[in-house]
Ligand binder design. Sequence first.
Ligand code: F0G
Length: 457
Amino acid sequence: MELPFAESFKIKMVEPLKRSTREEREKWIKEAKYNLFNLRSDQVFIDLLTDSGTGAMSDRQWGAIMTGDESYAGASSYFNMKNAIKNILGFDYFMPTHQGRAAENVLFSVLVKEGDFVPGNSHFDTTKGHIEFRKAHAVDCTIDEAADTELYHPFKGNVDPVKLDNFLKDHKDKVPFVIVTITNNTAGGQPVSMANLKKVREICSKYGKILVFDSARFAENAYFIKVREEGYANKTIKEIVKEMMSYADAMTMSSKKDAIVNMGGFIAMRSYELWRECSTFNIMFEGFVTYGGMSGRDMNALAVGLDEGTEFDYLETRIKQVEYLGNRLKEFGIPFQYPAGGHAIFIDANKVLPNIPKEELRAQTLAVELYVEAGIRGVEIGTLLADRDPDTHENRYPKLELLRLAIPRRVYTNNHMDVVAVALKNVFDRRTQITKGLKIVWEAPIMRHFTVEMERA
Ligand code: F0G
């Protein structure tokens, strides 16, 4: 008999979870203005709000914490991080930042000017926010297949090379760089193929444009290349990562994802000139160039995390857990972005709750229903996240209206995944009775989803 699959780790430290009743959750979510960001973590049983900074560090990482060097300048921890970035990602220059959006802030302070256009594949909200805050525009060139949640495509995160080339042909003077997000979070944690990265590189070179990778989940992307793309099955994850990164001029990193730390980020680049230009902003916003908002111990843990995060056994355990949840949902007929992404399952709220008017926030309504059902916290990736158009101030209704269930790294077991699947089934079974959604009563002018306040419509 073939042995079943099991996790490539064992558990050394645990944290208790609190259960609650439906009545308590009804009260808490009302007090939270139906915004799941406003809940206290002890009001949540299974927290799938994000996979960012929520992973469990390994014993090796905790060991590295103890040997962190907290010197203001030139700490050995900085050099540990520098070596890991050079060895694993291949970049000569880098600077730490406190997280991914800080890396965007520093890099975009150098590169983005008012009136610019930055093409890419479904920019993440902070990326788009940092572009639009500078009165520039994010241009989405993701392949059309990404918008069809039922369609199988091995690399749904891909950039459409024709859309990109056409855009550059017409607007090249207003484009400072192209950004490719790997994996493509907003489209469902979907990977970008090596062939596509190579093609985008060719297009950027043709127009003389810098290519930046938003690399938060680059290792998960490499796993999908290994298991899905021809010619990569026998390559190691580290070999694949090296090739992926060879096509980029620079990368921004939220280390809270694939470097498996609770806080941290960086910018890495090939050009010393670009490094020098960024360093002024880094010192102003983040800290001196050898710590950039990170403590020495965290830089040490990050260096180890980059190494562990690019090992096949770790990635296989990680991505198989996400796939396991996807398979359970498939059994129950619950529609989600298919195939399962690397870090999360994205439920198609347009298909689950079509009776709710889109103005009443279908995905957010589903998120609230799931919380009330079982204390599970997901996050809306839909109309709230899409924000209003900065020029017209009209709501933007994205093609995909999703409830994301992000799985923290090395944190939950498949028993937890079973609870999530059954809770969703229970909501799904009573979906026709859910006819009223939510109404916004207050919102911030930008990135409203974090602080928006709502009531039942
Ligand atoms: N880019 C991508 C693709 C991301 O998913 C995130 C964060 C960032 C950049 C910003 O990084 O949080 O370290 O400042 N994503 C988290 C999420 C918040 O839940 O998907 P950060």
